[in-house]
Design a protein around this ligand. Structure first.
Ligand SMILES: [Zn+2]
Length: 451
């Protein structure tokens, strides 16, 4: 999006504070997202922090990796691929203008000019799997998908199947990043340059042509193309899509990791800003009407009931998560918990609008002129969007749910009036008034009688 409507482009301060505090305690292997912020943008120097999942059913881990691709992988690059489809952009799904949508850019690596159709199929397969998960499923209509072709000189990627394998590929993706087999790193600069080919880039998925399980999550990315997160995933492994689904939990839902590191001890910080971790117990939350108190006791799609389960945000004690398990804790489930779902939906609406004006709002209309609105094509499921019409702030109830009206039909007679259409999402997945407010948007027109 050209103009972010939210602070999601900056790293949550409390998360940074927590990480820095943890780093000061000398914990091993913790997320240094501060480093991610510093090293973001594909800097060739220093390190950046990425998340990976060593086990396709397990919990995540953060590690610092060199920001630059190792020289031995880079130097393989001979002449740049110049085959026809390199950099070509295809709209896999376009439901509306980029200003009102989340633009997800998907690109491949390790696909030769002859394998571009393979890439397209692999990309569609990943997207199908991710968008079968709620709340992605119900809100898929708020996304545009841009497929960007990259042409590699060689098929496959470095480190697959073994560490000594080196391939000349468009994005230099490689397993065994920082000697971690399942960690699939990429050259962020190259990703950025391809992403710039797309009309807009909020999130990037890189599908690497490989059979080995693996991937990585880059958050807090600063890019010229505009994206703030990159998720890499291997093409032929049927669980690698969960890495992408989890990583969007950070970049769209602003969710914390709900897993912990053994031996990491007690959380030392203040209340985290993320919606899905808290220093409060269930009783504390109820008493203070804080965090996910509205969901306590509910049966959860991720299993069990919503409560306050100790351990999360990398710490073992003194910090709580909403459910025993969820996709933000381990990839043995594909379910977000109720708290995560609400945060994801609020995140979708932070960057996307369900209601757009088809009749331009810039000119003054006459009472008999048609006023038309479009609604994003959301699926039946979690979403429940209705349109309401107002004249000078007073709702005209009989017009509710209409997509086309005239000022006359709304009862406009003499003078100058403001007509407003508002879309409200009454989803049962939204309970926080701030999230419900974020889930509605309005458009207004001026209607004038006479000359
Ligand atoms: Zn994570």
């Amino acid at each position: 999006m050209p103009i972010p409507k939210s602070p999601r482009r900056s790293l949550p301060a409390a998360l940074l504070a927590g990480v820095l505090a943890a780093a000061a305690l000398g914990g091993a292997g913790l997320a240094g997202r501060a480093d991610a912020a510093e090293a973001a943008g594909g800097s060739d120097t220093g390190t950046r922090t990425v998340e990976y999942f060593a086990d396709s059913h397990g919990e995540g881990r953060h590690v610092q990796v060199p920001a630059a691709v190792p020289a031995e992988i880079r130097k393989e690059k001979r002449t740049p691929a110049t085959a026809a489809p390199d950099g070509q952009v295809t709209a896999l799904q376009k439901t509306g203008p980029s200003e009102g949508r989340l633009d997800l850019v998907i690109m491949g690596d390790g696909y030769t000019a002859d394998q571009q159709e393979d890439f397209r199929q692999d990309a569609e397969s990943k997207l199908d799997s991710i968008f079968a998960i709620e709340p992605y499923k119900s809100y898929k209509g708020l996304f545009n998908f841009w497929l960007v072709n990259t042409v590699s000189n060689e098929s496959g990627v470095s480190g697959d199947p073994t560490q000594d394998v080196v391939k000349d590929t468009a994005l230099s993706s490689y397993f065994f990043c920082d000697d971690v087999e399942r960690l699939l790193c990429i050259d962020e600069k190259k990703v950025d340059s391809y992403a710039q080919q797309a009309p807009d880039s909020d999130i990037v998925f890189v599908v690497s042509n490989a059979t080995k399980y693996g991937g990585a999550g880059y958050s807090g990315v600063q890019s010229t193309a505009g994206h703030t997160g990159i998720a890499t995933m291997s093409s032929d492994n049927d669980r690698s899509y969960l890495i992408g689904a989890h990583e969007l939990g950070h970049s769209i839902g602003l969710l914390a990791d709900e897993y912990q590191y053994a031996g990491y001890g007690r959380y030392p910080g203040a209340e985290p800003v993320e919606p899905n971790t808290s220093i409060l117990t269930a009783d504390g939350m109820s008493g203070a009407k804080a965090k996910w108190y509205r969901w306590l006791g509910e049966s959860d799609p991720a299993g069990g009931t919503v409560g306050a389960y100790e351990g999360g945000g990398y710490y073992e004690y003194g910090i709580y998560r909403p459910t025993q398990n969820s996709i933000m804790r381990a990839l043995d489930t594909e379910q977000f918990n109720l708290v995560g779902r609400e945060a994801m939906i609020a995140g979708f609406y932070r960057d996307a609008d369900v209601l757009t004006a088809r009749t331009p709002t810039t000119r003054t209309l006459r009472p008999q002129d048609h006023i038309r609105v479009d609604l994003a094509p959301l699926a039946k499921g979690l979403s429940d969007v209705r349109v309401h019409w107002y004249v000078d702030g007073v709702e005209v109830h009989r017009a509710a749910a209409e997509r086309t009206v005239t000022g006359k039909e709304l009862g406009v007679r003499k003078g100058t009036h403001t007509i407003t259409a508002t879309a409200v999402d009454n989803s049962a997945s939204l309970r926080d008034p701030a999230a419900i407010r974020a889930a509605s948007n309005s458009v207004s027109w001026t209607v004038k009688t006479g000359k």
